[in-house]
Write a protein that binds this ligand. Structure first.
Ligand code: SAM
Length: 279
């Protein structure tokens, strides 16, 4: 009970709702929600307009995106994604009056062709097709959603207002006008990979270990094993440096697709494309 109270207070404290939204329109003549009203798992407080824009910008939302806002409230994040960034968007909102208000708001904003605010439970609805997921929930709810988010297509972007994802450290942060966190869902790259045509004379063996987006490991090339350097995993793309058989520092980029890997165009080695597979 005390824990819940703490989270509710934290939600109020983190929210910029009161100072950032002087002209915020609370509802319409059919339904007027009240700030802080209870919801199934978390109360309703809208994200401030400025933070909404920053959340969508840090995720680089664009016309090819399908954004899902989990716990959509009056639909403002989904509507902004469509209106300001040309994306398609779905808001999942448990409160049916709120979901209906959100859909009317989308119509009033002229984006009903791109935005659907549906009544549903974020723990039951399927949002696996999203390319961007936005959240303004609670730490414990983020943590419960984390395994589902980590199973999404590598490269899916996730942005959370106020609350982080415990030891899944963010790839980016927003500090002003309120706290926001940004992640890119990493591909599963851990294991042993056989790279064909990688070296002028032979292939290479790449051994990778991984915690979320952090990757380390080694590469065996020309019979010599060495650590990979400066590894950076963003979605399905891994960049790292190594010393080649001529003692030159090289940087390459690999793209992973489940059990296959290929070298990016820019990192074609010795003018030969290379590819590989998980052993
Ligand atoms: C803090 S508000 C955020 C609203 C909106 N995302 C925004 O940032 O303006 C959280 C919303 O989640 C809704 N909610 C709570 N539990 C839910 C659940 N299990 N499934 C769907 N919506 C839920 C609440 O009704 C509330 O509207």
């Amino acid at each position: 009970m005390l824990k819940k109270l703490f989270f509710l207070l934290a939600l109020f404290a983190f929210s910029n709702a009161f100072c950032q939204q002087p002209s915020y329109d609370l509802g319409d003549d059919k339904y007027k929600p009240s700030m802080g009203q209870s919801g199934k798992d978390v109360i309703w407080i809208p994200t401030g307009n400025e933070l909404v824009s920053k959340m969508l910008k840090i995720a680089k939302v664009g016309p090819s995106d399908l954004l899902y806002d989990l716990g959509a409230g009056d639909g403002k994040i989904a509507i902004a994604a469509a209106k300001e960034f040309g994306a398609r968007a779905v808001g999942i909102e448990y409160n049916s009056d709120m979901a209906a208000l959100g859909q009317r708001n989308a119509e009033r904003a002229g984006v009903a062709d791109k935005v659907k605010i549906i009544q549903g439970d974020i723990f039951k609805e399927d949002f696996s097709k999203a390319t961007v997921v936005t959240l303004y929930l609670l730490p414990e709810l983020n943590y419960q959603l984390r395994p589902t988010l980590l199973k999404m297509k590598p490269g899916t972007r996730v942005v959370s207002h106020a609350f982080d994802m415990a030891d899944w450290r963010p790839d980016g942060e927003i500090d002003n006008p309120a706290k926001g966190y940004f992640w890119i869902v990493p591909a599963n790259v851990s294991g042993e990979w056989v790279l064909n045509n990688f070296d002028s004379q032979s292939g290479a063996i790449l051994n990778l270990s991984q915690k979320f987006q952090y990757v380390g490991g080694s590469i065996t090339l020309g019979g010599k094993n060495q650590p990979i350097l400066n590894a950076e995993l963003k979605g399905d793309r891994l960049e790292f440096s190594y010393i080649d058989t001529m003692n030159t520092l090289r940087t390459i980029r690999l793209t992973f697709n489940e059990s296959k890997v290929r070298g990016d165009e820019n990192s074609v080695y010795m003018n030969r494309e290379f590819f590989g597979f998980r052993r």
